[in-house]
Design a protein around this ligand. Sequence first.
Ligand code: ADP
Ligand code: MG
Length: 388
Amino acid sequence: MRAIQDADVRGKRVLVRVDFNVPLNKSEITDDSRIRAALPTIRLLRDRGAQVVLMSHLGRPKGKAVGELSLQPVAARLSALLSAEVRFVDDVAGSDAQAAVDGLDAGEVLLLQNLRFESGEEKNDSSLASALAALADIFCNDAFGAAHRAHASTEAITKLLPAYAGLLVQREVEVLSRLLEDPARPFVVILGGAKVSDKFGAIERLLPMADTLIIGGGMANTFLMAQGLGVGQSLAERDLVDTASQLLASAGSTYTTVLLPTDVRVAHSWDGSARVVGVGDIGDEDAIFDIGPSTAGAYARAIAEAATILWNGPMGVFERTAFAGGTREVAVAVATSRGVSVVGGGDSIAAVQQMGVADEIDHLSTGGGASLEFLEGRVLPGLAAIPE
Ligand code: ADP
Ligand code: MG
């Protein structure tokens, strides 16, 4: 991909698609990691004397202006992080936006209003893309988290302006590609989260590449069923049990060790009292909400031996203290392992932050769905649209 550091940006207006889709609690930003992740590209452009026009989506306003989803608070936070003024305009690509861009000097930064206030954004609409393109001379995509969507600000716009990849996009692609192409071994892949169906493509692709595949979370329940075990009231996908059996059978021919829970933490409901049981002793009324301690210990030992670790998906309902133990033990094992560690997925990143080990992870992938699709080997339209 053409890289932004190779573009001649001095005195030019550069329109940068960023991913400022931050978690909010009533317009209060609860985690600014995504804003921080965009700083290197913004700093590079300012230092080189570009006029920097930033655009992002936030939440799901579905094509109309929604006050609580204004990007104004994000402009304020970005300004604090940059220690520089960041202008904001309550317009996406109309005459107010144009006037705001016209008022920018070299090195100044402007943030446009939430792209999804315009219905054309998610429709990859060419007239919205033209209006956006009229604001700038060069387009830079630094929104890895939005790269799996063909939207006006990620795809249609690349037909209208010279397009470049930002530093964050380049780094994500580099780290994830290296994992897929030539991981140092043993390569341990940890997959968890709610459902097999969300991550089926990733399991299928990563299983033959991994030396060890560790499965936890709600996803493991379907695999337990594939082993002929009863899972009571647990979240499980009955229609995927055969698929899960086939995946387990295929592991033999690729010499992949698959680790599944041998004990689990169950309860009758999330707030019910929890017990640890062997996977052969799950009652009809029980639901599995976490891996058990002996499973967590076995997973941690496999992780300790890894040279490369990829983790996507928590081991249990970690939002509840009673069911956070498995995720915590895995998070600590990943953080203390000498292997290169990559963690992706919104909830997984929230989990490593909650466990206080985020700084010990080598790469936190900012794109939830985008990282997963990249790992599945799918073409991401936002990346494919940037010329070589
Ligand atoms: P990520 O965002 O990291 O990709 P997912 O969204 O796939 O992860 O999965 C996270 C969700 O899975 C969490 O909300 C967690 O509570 C849920 N989960 C994990 N284990 C279980 C389980 N055994 N039963 C039900 N839900 C689970
Ligand atoms: Mg999630």
